[in-house]
Design a protein around this ligand. Sequence first.
Ligand SMILES: C[S@@+](CC[C@H](N)C(=O)[O-])C[C@H]1O[C@@H](n2cnc3c(N)ncnc32)[C@H](O)[C@@H]1O
Length: 234
Amino acid sequence: METVGKLFGVGVGPGDPELITVKAVRVIKEADIIFTAASTKNTYSLAVEIASPYISPSVQIEKLSFPMTKEIKESETAWIHNARQIAKVLKQGKKAVFLTLGDPTTYSTFGYILKKMKCIMPEAKIETIPGITSFHAASARLNRILVEGEESLLVTSGAFGGDRIRNIDGVENVAIVKAYKNIQDINKALKETGLAKKSVAVSKCGRENEQIIENINELENRAPDYWTLILASK
Ligand SMILES: C[S@@+](CC[C@H](N)C(=O)[O-])C[C@H]1O[C@@H](n2cnc3c(N)ncnc32)[C@H](O)[C@@H]1O
């Protein structure tokens, strides 16, 4: 009987190749094939670049296209197609690694793969290897405590603006990822909720051209940078 392989969802951290777990490094080194998400516009993968010190030169790297669209049907088709590609190699008994930036369970394309794999290949062996999230890397970079004592933390996307921030009650700390568009509304919401004073943005944390933006109003006059997050506190 053919041995079924295994899929590892591996987080490579936010950019600094040293911010990757020992376990992730071992799994990457042992991989038969590495999958990663690429946009339909180009095949560049930052996750592969970050993990490159640990990727064997002989390993096969497959970039899977994930369309950047709000069309759910188009996305579903891509997710199923990509999951089938992975299922095919698992059936050949291979160890497959799906690389993701930061942590694979946090706003990651691995989430879509995981759901589809469970449907199309329920017998597949899957292991998720956590990674350091962008907001943990940013709070460490700033020597800033993310949350303490009895406080709570909201982790949210800012892609659609500040409404998620407006609707929080009793939350003292917020980490906003995808804080690159609708920045005016995000800033407005931070002011309305008393979170603006202790807020800071970090772009490209741990990467070349990293920027720390102490005055988040400045974000309104800059070109939007997708790799930006905001940490804010009461
Ligand atoms: C699709 S989410 C991926 C989150 C990732 N899985 C994690 O665990 O942090 C992409 C968003 O994460 C944030 N991000 C990821 N890497 C970053 C970095 N090096 N510096 C600042 N923000 C980053 C940005 O807000 C970006 O818009």
